[in-house]
Design a binder for this molecule. Structure first.
Ligand SMILES: NC(=O)c1ccc[n+]([C@@H]2O[C@H](COP(=O)([O-])OP(=O)(O)OC[C@H]3O[C@@H](n4cnc5c(N)ncnc54)[C@H](O)[C@@H]3O)[C@@H](O)[C@H]2O)c1
Length: 335
């Protein structure tokens, strides 16, 4: 038995014991909200052969989703999707109709706590009891989302990155009372459709990736606010130095490999603490001068190029990076 068969067998055994539907029992996914993120998930689920039932109250939602699916498909094909495997898409007239026949629910409604709480109150009793409900929320924890009522153990965070059909990571997290089986079922489901999952033991605001991104953004704004660097220099430092390296290894392994004896020796030599002088804990003040400097820098970098063309060039580069990672045999955690 090879590793893949062994892990599938292990998954089937744990799924057989789980009270929640895992990948082998998920055929139909309900997507609530089909904006940037919900629509991106729809594209991914369809490409993986799943049937998707969607609900979005906006009058222009259908047109927007059609456009998003048209944009996403060439990218998905480049990454291996085939038209003949594509699942079917249907529109529900209500959120309830979408969830009653679903094997998994992905909620990507606007980031407004009352709206999300009302939506859960509306659907929860109608979602089959063995179906996991995942929220795409970037900013709310499960504890916050359910603070107004008796908490459900099957609501989990399934936090993607934009666009979800292209960027591999999904962060899976829950509150202390969230069912471990619900978290495991969500993790196994996302992995079965090719996502790389980080399962967090505790939920914290920003989860992991946005936490790191916020730190970098804060430092970038300090550099601009204090006149040490322009937005162009900051973006060049990332794109031309840090990002190419980070496509293979993250900052922890960068540090480990930069010291002959590994990261332990790094701590001995630098006594941690030197970074104190380099990093700022508080964000800078958003003065008009800072905002103007950021705007001028970013406008100069876009050089009047169409935003859609820039986004498509960015996505083409991300696709090539992901394909190169595959060819290099990188795992979800780098080398
Ligand atoms: N934008 C990002 O980069 C990003 C990344 C990761 C996660 N998220 C999270 O994904 C979620 C959706 O964000 P988005 O950027 O796609 O927003 P969006 O505004 O693009 O899409 C939200 C969609 O929800 C629909 N909607 C409105 N009321 C609704 C309701 N009651 N029920 C169902 N749908 C409803 C809207 O019509 C819209 O189509 C948020 O929780 C956000 O935090 C966003």
């Amino acid at each position: 038995m090879n590793n893949h068969q062994a892990s599938r067998l292990g998954r089937m055994e744990s799924e057989a014991m789980s009270v929640f539907r895992g990948p082998d029992h998920i055929r139909r996914v309900a997507c609530l909200g089909t904006g940037l993120i919900g629509g991106g998930f729809v594209a991914l689920f369809l490409a993986r052969g799943l049937d998707v039932i969607v609900w979005d109250p906006a009058p222009e939602a259908k047109r927007r989703l059609d456009e998003l699916l048209t944009t996403a498909w060439p990218t998905l094909e480049r990454l291996g999707a085939r038209a003949e495997d594509r699942g079917s898409l249907s529109w529900a007239r209500t959120a309830l109709e979408a969830v009653t026949t679903a094997d998994f629910v992905q909620e990507s409604a606007p980031e407004r706590i009352e709206l999300k709480r009302n939506l859960y109150a509306e659907i929860e009793l109608h979602v089959p009891t063995d179906v996991v409900i995942a929220t795409s929320s970037s900013g709310f924890t499960i504890t916050e989302l359910q603070a107004d009522r008796s908490p459900s153990p099957r609501l989990v965070v399934g936090h993607p990155f934009n666009p979800p059909y292209l960027i591999p990571l999904v962060e899976v997290a829950g509150a202390p009372y969230t069912s471990g089986e619900a978290l495991a079922a969500a993790e196994a489901f996302y992995e079965s459709i090719g996502k790389v999952v980080i399962r967090m033991d505790h939920e914290i605001p920003g989860f992991i990736a946005n936490h790191l991104q916020a730190a970098l953004e804060r430092e970038a704004m300090h550099l601009v606010a204090e006149g040490h660097a322009t937005p162009q220099q900051i973006d060049a430092a990332i794109v031309q130095a840090l990002a190419p390296r980070w496509t293979a290894i993250g900052p922890c392994m960068v540090r480990h490999m930069a010291t002959v004896a590994g990261i332990g020796a790094y701590f001995e030599r630098f006594h941690l603490g030197s970074e104190r002088f380099l990093s700022h804990v508080e964000p800078p003040k958003f003065t008009p001068e800072l905002i103007q400097a950021m705007e001028e820098g970013c406008r100069a970098m876009s050089a009047d190029r169409d935003k859609a063309a820039l986004a498509s060039a960015r996505d083409r580069m991300v696709i090539e990076t992901l394909l190169a990672q595959r060819r290099a045999g990188l795992s979800g955690h780098g080398i």
